[in-house]
Design a binder for this molecule. Structure first.
Ligand SMILES: C[S@@+](CC[C@H](N)C(=O)[O-])C[C@H]1O[C@@H](n2cnc3c(N)ncnc32)[C@H](O)[C@@H]1O
Length: 411
């Protein structure tokens, strides 16, 4: 994948083969040079902020600063040649199975549209459209709301190559749609939103921030705001007990506003959100006192977001209890919550797999299907750590994906 509409195109370096002494891949000089530009920009922003930048703002800039941030510039991120894989990248089985749930909802609504948030490389859009076409249930339009201009270009190119006959149905939105009827989808979008980190101390909790020093970026602390304290109180209630001294509580400050956008757009239909995360009581377990922040660099996962900003993905687990609360506060219903494995089985993954296996002509394709099935389903892989939350408005009937198990009572 390459492409860029930005003024500065990230170098498409050949993949590094050796490992650096910190256990991470050794990066090529041109990539490191690009990283230096991102770092210089972040240092400026830290100075502008008075010497310490709230971590949520640091994460926002490291990932999304126009033309510079990880998602805003044009280097390969997804798949084997990138930094990480997501469920639709792992196997077409994911989108083909999801298509059955989407078709069920579109039929219930007697037509409608699909809106995908954060479409990444465009692979899910391609596979979903093809599967919905086979099911004779194509949406009127397939809308994409994507914050990254460079990824919008990547998605358009992929759809043009893979499904030129369906491209006219695909529309990239600049803003939330109005009176949307249909299915909204987001896979690993919430975990890519910036998180604020509060550290619980004996006195007032503190905001975790980033400062600059002669040795490089460093951790700092800022006073928490009134709003932070209100969120902390809300999370303490959801967790059922106070956080211990030193606990690092992460939350997504953009979530309430984003959910209001969803609710104001959705006239009728279902929102399906897939991500790694958990309900509050599980997520804020005592042993997770260090938080869940995770960085991905060329398929190496580590915990230091200050290392290689702009060159690596930064993510944090999703608090599905809070997502559900924000949705309800915005007037949406919670329709189901389950693990990815249960959702996929409920939607008929076994049948989708058998069909694909029977159609596969080469042994290597059958092996890939089997490997994909395993990665999507195994508890230690994506089957349990990934959850699915369904929200909705004005829809009746049960959703197939939550027919096997529905844990919404535990949110
Ligand atoms: C981890 S990637 C997942 C991509 C894709 N959904 C997949 O599963 O392969 C996160 C995606 O969400 C996008 N994104 C992040 N915040 C967003 C927001 N507020 N609205 C829409 N897209 C967003 C990113 O640009 C990126 O495309």
């Amino acid at each position: 994948m390459s492409s860029c509409v930005s003024s500065y195109v990230r170098p498409q370096a050949s993949r590094a083969k050796s490992l650096h002494k910190d256990g991470l891949p050794a990066l090529e000089p041109e990539v490191l040079e690009y990283g230096e530009r991102v770092l210089a920009f972040l240092r400026e922003q830290i100075e502008l902020a008075g010497g310490a930048l709230d971590f949520a703002e640091f994460m926002r800039l490291a990932l999304y600063a126009p033309n510079l941030g990880y998602y805003a510039a044009g280097m390969t991120k997804f798949g084997a040649a990138g930094d990480f894989v997501t469920a639709p990248e792992v196997s077409p089985l994911f989108a083909r199975t999801l298509a059955r749930q989407v078709a069920e909802i579109l039929m219930e609504l007697d037509q409608g549209e699909v809106l995908e948030f954060g479409a990444g490389s465009g692979v899910m859009a391609v596979e979903l459209l093809l599967a919905l076409e086979r099911l004779h249930c194509l949406p009127i339009r397939y809308l994409i709301l994507e914050v990254s201009a460079s990824l919008r270009a990547v998605q358009r190119e992929r759809l043009l190559q893979a499904v030129p006959h369906l491209l006219e149905r695909v529309v990239w939105l600049e803003a939330w749609p109005q009176d949307f009827v249909g299915v909204m989808l987001g896979n690993e979008v919430l975990d890519a939103m910036p998180v604020r980190i509060l550290e619980v101390t004996a006195g007032e909790p503190l905001r975790v921030a980033v400062s600059d020093s002669a040795q490089g970026l460093a951790w700092a602390k800022l006073p928490a705001s009134e709003d932070d304290l209100r969120v902390l109180a809300e999370l303490t209630t959801a967790r059922g007990e106070s956080f211990a001294e030193g606990y690092r509580v992460e939350f997504h400050p953009d979530l309430p506003g984003w959910m209001r956008g969803v609710a104001q757009s959705l006239k009728q239909g279902v929102v399906l959100l897939f991500d790694y995360g958990a309900a509050a009581r599980e997520l804020y377990a005592p042993e997770r006192w260090m938080g869940t922040l995770r960085c991905h660099l060329r398929h190496h996962a580590h915990n230091d977001p200050l290392l290689h900003p702009g060159l690596q993905d930064i993510t944090a687990w999703v608090d599905f209890s809070r997502v559900a609360r924000c949705a309800q506060a915005s007037g949406l219903d919670v329709l189901g919550y389950t693990m990815q494995a249960h959702f996929l089985l409920g939607c008929g993954l076994a049948e989708v797999y058998e069909d694909a296996f029977a159609m596969a002509e080469r042994e290597v394709d059958r092996l890939q299907l089997a490997q994909g099935f395993k990665t999507l389903m195994m508890p230690g892989e994506m089957g349990e750590r990934f959850k699915v939350l369904a929200l909705g408005r004005d829809v009746g009937g049960d959703l197939a994906g939550f027919g096997m198990r529905d844990f919404r009572g535990g949110l």
